[in-house]
Design a protein. Structure first.
Length: 424
C-alpha cells in the first residue's frame, strides 16, 4: 500500500502503480511462487463476465453513430424546452436516456460537453454553470444500465449483474428528478429563460418519442433478457452490439462501413487502459485477500458499531475521501473485495451495497485532485475549478441526498430487482 501511494505521488500511471505494488507483495512473501503474478494477470483477463465491458463500450460507440443521440436530444428539448434553462434541463433528460448507451460517466461527460456545450454557451449560460450541469448529470450514467461500474462490482463481489442493473434504475431516475429541480432553482437565481414560450403539445411529444423508441427499448430489452435467462451479461453486450448495427443500418440508415471502422478504432482506445487496469489489479487484490484485510476491517467496523446504517455512513465517508484521490474504476477494483465481506457480515444486501458504493465512488469523478470528469468539463468549458464548485455545489448535494435516501430506504434500490428477479 505504501509503494502504491508513493508511485501515485511520483505521477506513475495507475495501472503500473497497481501492478508493481502487487509484484512487491510477492517479493516480500518468498513462500509464494513468482510465477503467480503472471498467472493472476492472465487469469484476470479470462473472466467471462468482464467481456461485457468492451462489448458495452463498443455498443455505446455504435449507438452514438446511428443518429439515436440526435433524436433523443430532440425529445429532451421538446419535453423541457418550456422550463427555465431549457437546454440544461434537456441535458438531464438526455443523460438519463443515454445512460444505457454510453456506460461511462467520463464518456458521457465528454460527449455531452461537445454536443450541448456550444449551444449552452450561446444561450448565455456561464462556463461554470454549463460544466457543473454536464459534469453532475454524467453521474446518472453509472446507475442506468449497463454501467461499467456495476459490471465490475458484480463480477468481483459475485453478485447478479442483472439484479444490479435493475437496482440502478430507480436511483438513476431519482437523481434525474433531483438534479432537474436543482437546475431550475439555480436558473431562476441566475435569470436564465426558457427556450420556448409554451409547453409542447402531447401530439408533438408522442411523435418525437416514437422516433426515439429504439433508445428507450435498449435498457428494457437488456433487463428482460437477463431476467428470463435469454443471455448472460457478456452475451447481453454482444446482443447490444448487434442491436446497434441493426438499428443504425436498417432502421435509421445512418450507418456505413466507414463509420464502423471509426467506431472500432475509438473503442480500442477507450477500452485499452480500462482492461490493462483490470488485469494489473489482480496481483494487488490477491495481496489484500492473502493478508485477510477484509476480515480485519470487518472486525474493526463491528467494534465501532454493529448498526448497519452507522457502518454504511462510515464507509460512505471513506469512499468520498478516497474518490478525491483516485479514479472510481480503480477503487471499485481495489475495495470491492475488502468492503463486500464487511457488508455481508452486517447482513447488508450486496446489491443494495453495490449501488451505494458505485454511486458514491462516482461522485469522486467530480472532486479534485483526480476527478476525471471535473477536469474534462472544466477544460472544455474553459472554467476554473472554483467556478465549477461555486455553480455546482447544489447539484452535487442533490446526488449525495440520493445516496442517503438509498441507505435509509433500501427498497429504493431493491424493489425493482425483487419484483423482476424475485427475492433472494
Amino acid at each position: 500500500m505504501i509503494l502504491f501511494f508513493l508511485f501515485m505521488l511520483m505521477g506513475m500511471p495507475i495501472p503500473f502503480a497497481l501492478g508493481i505494488s502487487g509484484v512487491a507483495f510477492f517479493l516480500l512473501n518468498p513462500t509464494l511462487p513468482l510465477t503467480m503474478p503472471v498467472q493472476l494477470v492472465l487469469s484476470q483477463t479470462q473472466n467471462f463476465f468482464l467481456l461485457a465491458i468492451p462489448l458495452f463500450v463498443l455498443a455505446g460507440n455504435l449507438l452514438n453513430e446511428t443518429g439515436i443521440t440526435e433524436r433523443v436530444m430532440k425529445l429532451a428539448s421538446v419535453i423541457t424546452g418550456h422550463m427555465r434553462a431549457g437546454t440544461a434541463q434537456s441535458n438531464m433528460v438526455l443523460a438519463a436516456s443515454l445512460g444505457g448507451i454510453t456506460s461511462s460517466a467520463i464518456g458521457d461527460a465528454a460527449m455531452l460537453s461537445r454536443v450541448l456545450g456550444p449551444s449552452m454557451i450561446k444561450r448565455g449560460y456561464s462556463g461554470g454553470f454549463s460544466a457543473a450541469v454536464i459534469g453532475c448529470s454524467s453521474l446518472i450514467t453509472t446507475m442506468i444500465p449497463p454501467g461499467i461500474g456495476l459490471v465490475l462490482y458484480g463480477s468481483i463481489a459475485e453478485v447478479s449483474i442483472g439484479r444490479l442493473f435493475a437496482a440502478g434504475m430507480i436511483p438513476g431516475i431519482l437523481m434525474t428528478i433531483f438534479l432537474m429541480v436543482a437546475v431550475g432553482f439555480r436558473a431562476r437565481q441566475k435569470g436564465y429563460l426558457p427556450e420556448r414560450e409554451k409547453r409542447a403539445h402531447l401530439k408533438e411529444i408522442a411523435k418525437t418519442f416514437v422516433e426515439c423508441i429504439w433508445a428507450f427499448l435498449f435498457p428494457v430489452i437488456l433487463i428482460a433478457g437477463l431476467r428470463f435467462g435469454m443471455f448472460t451479461p457478456s452475451e447481453a453486450g454482444a446482443f447490444a452490439c448487434a442491436y446497434a448495427v441493426i438499428v443504425g443500418a436498417i432502421v435509421y440508415k445512418q450507418f456505413s462501413w466507414k463509420k464502423l471502422f471509426q467506431t472500432l478504432e475509438s473503442t480500442v482506445i477507450d477500452i485499452g487502459m480500462v482492461m490493462l487496469l483490470i488485469a494489473l489489479s489482480a496481483t494487488f487484490s490477491y495481496g489484500i485477500i492473502w493478508d485477510q484485510i477484509p476480515q480485519q476491517l470487518a472486525q474493526f467496523m463491528l467494534v465501532i458499531s454493529s448498526t448497519p446504517w452507522v457502518v454504511m455512513l462510515i464507509i460512505i465517508g471513506f469512499l468520498l475521501f478516497a474518490g478525491t484521490a483516485m479514479d472510481s474504476t480503480v477503487l471499485i477494483l481495489m475495495l470491492t473485495s475488502i468492503l463486500a465481506p464487511v457488508a455481508q457480515q452486517l447482513n447488508i444486501d450486496l446489491v443494495h451495497f453495490g449501488i451505494i458504493m458505485v454511486l458514491t465512488l462516482t461522485i469522486g469523478l467530480l472532486t479534485p485532485p483526480e476527478g476525471a470528469v471535473l477536469f474534462i468539463v472544466c477544460t472544455i468549458f474553459k472554467c476554473s475549478l472554483w467556478d465549477f464548485v461555486k455553480e455546482g455545489w447544489l447539484f452535487m448535494l442533490s446526488t449525495v441526498v440520493v445516496v442517503i435516501l438509498v441507505i435509509f430506504w433500501p427498497d429504493i434500490a431493491l424493489w425493482l430487482p425483487n419484483l423482476t428477479f424475485g427475492i433472494e
